[in-house]
Design a protein around this ligand. Structure first.
Ligand code: URA
Length: 183
């Protein structure tokens, strides 16, 4: 399958109820293929508006950590970004919910699997606990190696040890970048 076909299959998706309240389906940011595929949880407001993953405040923090890890490892890995679900999850009042509903995660697993096959990464980085659980579950047959990092939104929310969490995430990513095999 090519990106063009993937995009066509999912860009107007109405397989689950999240389609009713979203603005844009959020598919992928980055180039295919990539060394590392980062899988977040769900699009936020900025992502829903522009149709790209990790472009809001959490995404900006993640990009800063990635840049620092690239610099300290001296390795320029290619990274693409997606989410466990492609649409922003909202409640009855139109506010974003903390977690996407299980039926949306299940319906969207075919999209995640498809995009992971397109990306052919050496590593899948699960961004946050929900992604850690569902990315492993969805991609278990594809033979990827998984790594977990704390969700940058959780870092932004935390009142204590922000710097420590940033430092630890940078170290995890630096070590991972150093183990990417160059082709
Ligand atoms: N933006 C995303 O695209 N995914 C997240 O998990 C958080 C913010």
């Amino acid at each position: 399958m090519k990106w063009k076909h993937h995009k066509k299959r999912w860009i107007d998706c109405d397989r689950c109820s999240l389609c009713e309240q979203r603005n844009k389906v959020v598919l992928l940011k980055g180039k295919i293929p990539c060394d590392i595929l980062m899988v977040g949880e769900a699009p936020g407001i900025s992502e829903d508006t522009l149709g790209k993953p990790f472009i809001g405040p959490a995404g900006k923090l993640l990009e800063e950590i990635i840049e620092a890890a690239k610099e300290s490892s001296g390795v320029n890995v290619s990274i693409a970004f997606t989410n466990v679900v492609g649409c922003i999850p909202k409640d009855g009042t139109g506010a974003k919910t903390k977690e996407p509903p299980k039926d949306a995660i299940k319906e969207c697993s075919a999209r995640l699997k498809e995009v992971a096959k397109l990306c052919r990464p050496q590593f899948v980085v699960c961004v946050g606990k929900l992604s850690g659980k569902w990315s492993r579950h969805t991609l278990k047959d594809l033979g990827y190696t998984f790594e977990d990092i704390i969700h940058p939104a959780a870092i932004l929310r935390s009142k204590v040890n922000k710097e420590l969490a940033i430092q630890q995430t940078e170290i995890t990513l630096r070590d991972l970048f150093e183990s990417v095999v160059p082709f």
